[in-house]
Design a protein around this ligand. Structure first.
Ligand code: FES
Ligand code: FE2
Length: 334
């Protein structure tokens, strides 16, 4: 099955700023795709393999009519993957010469692709579009965009971003320092279902009633199906939202797309910016080797590893993930 476990879901595959007037090669769950902007500037996605002789369409160019032109013999394909011209063959039966295309949208400064070349434009999952937080589309926040590649399955990276109990160990000298004194108490967590996925609020002090929204601290995590975690920190210095997307890439690889959206109080913004970037990179790299060593590679069903109450959020993710896999296996398409 094409796209394996990524099938039937929306994925962010590139930053908008990466897609100019040339095609861009990306890999989603082992499938090579070519992204390009059509004549209207709308992003499009087709399989990166010409149906004629199998070469990469992404090595071609976007022609004046907004179609993608194969670099080898110049066949041209529109944004829906239909072949519109075959040089030297004016009588060619174009309707059998197309390439598979996927629904694509541009939102929040990202190019999102729906991983199913057979889904129609009227498919409710296509019409619904991707789930993403407002802060990716909110004006007035400054953004940092970065990409990292980890050698692990995307589910292991996705749940690492939802895991609070690892902080005082993996990040003992950075973001986990504050939690080091709290490991003897139970870590209260409240996982709240939302339309887009869930939110996690936690309290290491044992003093707050997490059922009461007013008693929660300003820090929480949001999970947006299938792969986006958002860490929200707000304080007197300003707003900080870290969006981390775990995207299945080439075999054995997961791409971590990071967008941090920040607004600091006047005066501390520019001096803080490079230090924040360095700090984000450091924290992400603290996790990498450890998560890459996970065995089995894919995060297993909830009952298959030993879990404890502080795993509430990662278990919620696993429950969703394995239900998704079951629906794929049963051929349920919506
Ligand atoms: S290989 Fe693409 S046109 Fe021939
Ligand atoms: Fe971490």
């Amino acid at each position: 099955m094409r796209f394996v476990d990524a099938r039937g879901l929306w994925w962010p595959l590139a930053f908008s700023s990466q897609l100019d007037d040339r095609p861009l090669a990306v890999v989603l769950a082992g499938e090579r795709l070519a992204l390009f902007r059509d004549g209207a500037g709308t992003p499009r996605a087709v399989f990166d393999r010409c149906p004629h002789r199998g070469v990469e369409l992404s090595q071609g160019r976007v022609a004046a009519d907004g179609c993608l032109e194969c670099p080898y013999h110049g066949w041209r394909f529109d944004g829906g993957g239909r072949c519109v011209d075959v040089p030297f063959n004016p009588g060619a039966k174009l309707d059998r010469l197309g390439v598979g295309a996927m629904a694509t949208v541009e939102r929040g400064g990202l190019i999102w692709v729906f991983a199913d070349e057979q889904a129609s434009a009227e498919d409710p999952r296509v019409l619904a579009g991707p789930d993403l937080p407002d802060s990716l589309e909110q004006p007035g926040l400054r953004r940092r965009e970065a990409e990292f590649v980890w050698r692990c399955h995307w589910t292991r990276l996705a749940e690492n971003m939802l895991d609070v109990a690892h902080l005082p160990y993996v990040h003992r000298a950075t973001i986990g320092k504050r939690l080091r004194d709290a490991t003897g108490r139970s870590l209260a967590q409240h996982v709240e279902d939302r339309d887009f996925g869930f939110e996690i609020h936690w309290d290491e002090t044992g003093e707050r009633d997490l059922q009461d929204p007013a008693a929660r601290s300003g820090a929480y995590l949001g999970w947006y199906r299938p792969c986006l975690s958002m860490l929200v920190l707000s304080g007197p210095q300003g707003i900080y939202r870290q969006h981390m997307m775990s995207v299945p890439g080439a075999a054995g690889e997961t791409r971590l797309l990071l967008v941090s959206a920040r607004r600091f109080v006047a005066g501390v913004d520019m001096p803080l910016w490079p230090a924040m970037n360095w700090y984000e990179d450091r924290i992400i790299n603290e996790d990498r080797r450890i998560v890459e060593s996970s065995d089995p590679a894919i995060a297993p069903p909830p009952a298959d590893e030993r879990s404890v109450p502080s795993d509430a959020a990662t278990l919620r993710f696993r429950k969703w993930y394995w239900a998704h896999r079951r629906s794929l296996a049963e051929g349920v398409t919506s």
